[in-house]
Design a protein around this ligand. Sequence first.
Ligand code: 6R9
Length: 645
Amino acid sequence: MSSVHPVPAEWAANAKINAERYESMYAAAANDPDAFWRKEAMRLDWMTPFTKIKNTSFHEADFGIKWFEDGALNVAANCIDRHLAERGDAVAILWEGDSPGEDRRITYRELHEEVCRLANALKANGVRKGDRVTIYLPMIPEAAFSMLACARVGAIHSVVFGGFSPDSLSGRIQDCDSTLVITADEGLRGGKKVPLKANVDEALAQCSSVSRVLVVRRTGGDILMKDGRDVWYHEAVAKASAECPAEAMSAEDPLFILYTSGSTGKPKGVLHTSGGYLVWASMTHEYVFDYRPGDIFWCAADVGWVTGHTYVVYGALANGATTLMYEGVPNHPDFSRFWQIVDKYEVDIFYGAPTAIRALMREGEEWVKKTSRKSLRLLGSVGEPINPEAWEWYYRVVGDERCPIVDTYWQTETGACMMTPLPGAHALKPGAASKPMFGVKPVIVDAEGKVLEGPTDGNLCITDSWPGQMRTVWGDHERFFQTYFTTYPGKYFTGDGCRRDEDGYYWITGRVDDVINVSGHRMGTAEVESALVAHAKVAEAAVVGYPHDIKGQGIYAYVTLNANETESAEVRAELVKWVRQEIGPIATPDVIHFAPGLPKTRSGKIMRRILRKIAEGDTSNLGDISTLADPSVVESLVTSRSVPA
Ligand code: 6R9
């Protein structure tokens, strides 16, 4: 058991939320949500004030989720325009390029101009309120401009991470029928070029809905511009006016779609709306990070993930913060890069992922210790459970035992933080997501759905709605209801396992469904399996997660080849390459285990429990295998297991 770190006296005295305030606000949100959220929603500027506040039900008979439904606002105006009078010359976005020496500072006034111009360019290219725009960009300021320009005209953006393959991109464009794509010639990550425009060209071969592609010139690399379809971003914005009125949007009008992996089928288009999402993003950004005007806030996530949406862009800018956007990776040009950036900009708050911390930890303390980091006040972690060793290293080496760590648990579906310690209110327990945010009512249930009390272990559900909750799966409302509200009727099921300790602290124990978390990125095992079986040599595949030192979980694939194929190192390499092409590099299998047969029940169900145990190397107790059609399969898998060091 590792140590507990009490709230430092100066944090208890000065933080926005101390222990007492946490308790009273938590109770207020639970007991009178309308009063609590009426007040919190006033942090935003509304074009039409709302009179209704919470109108939600998780029950089948009257299922529905609406917040502030008769109010109207514009998200981009809230993130930009209302700061102009007082903070027009303050820096909104600090951009640090992939290699040292390249940077940009964009003030709120400049952000306003950039976004208005692009918004007008979108309109000139046919984009109307409610249309979908796919954004496939590297971490450059134009990514934020694009999101905000969509919000300004009322278009719905769908950001696709630049690491996804043309196939994944085209699936995401087709699912929501985007009419316009914003991309760049090439991306740059760790000195390597990513052929974004070429990927778009390939993806669009299968997408008939797209009539325009705006192309940002990032590297100047050689690309193809298709006549009548492709337009240079810089030319389009140069022609456009710098004034663009912000569209009045109903609080429940969609803001964005973000695709995420689930346990079944293809990725789901998680839909977030305008009012509730922004209240939730802004409130959590302020309280969780104890944000103060003037702070330099660095969320190291890519805008292709929800963390980038909520904390690089919307939450931070709604609060008038200076948000740092970094194009590159933690180890380029060397392992000091993150901390050099912290020193260069005097970053106050750093928010990163456990996988990066573990990778840097492996390289030793010197890379960190040769930098100052004295500007840092608070550290954050997100994306997966952080193991106590990595937590302690982050605390001791990066934060010099001075900076509290907020371990924020949340999901694409939840819009922003659901559980976290608050730095002025809660003693820190390394590895614990700790306490629920205001308005979040967690319960732990057993397999039958019985609510468990006191210290316990089980499945994490949320019993009532919060403003930033997703509203639907794009194009499939039934799937939304089925996925999240039927396993435990009347409750939102997170898909995560969870433990509550004797102090009422929550500990996330990882996914209990067929989702694996690779370096903080969600991957459905079904997605990797269907990519594998799409290969001509593969008869059958089963994919599970296994513990990986750096990635948290690695991808372990059991593959049965067609009868006429021979298992070889070449076929293994071919399959790995194939999956990278089909889905993207983040889905690269770590292990391909050739399996002449898979353990199945007599009714033909693959026994994943057994495959997981073998992948984990925990073969001493495989449990009951007597129900298997052919128990000898297990023995052969155990003896042929080999995991690279
Ligand atoms: C924000 C984000 C969601 C899944 C979630 C859980 C895991 C995220 C965590 C964490 C333990 C944390 N997760 N943060 N587990 N502690 N602090 O990551 O969204 O990409 O949708 O992933 O990630 O398993 O269910 P998303």
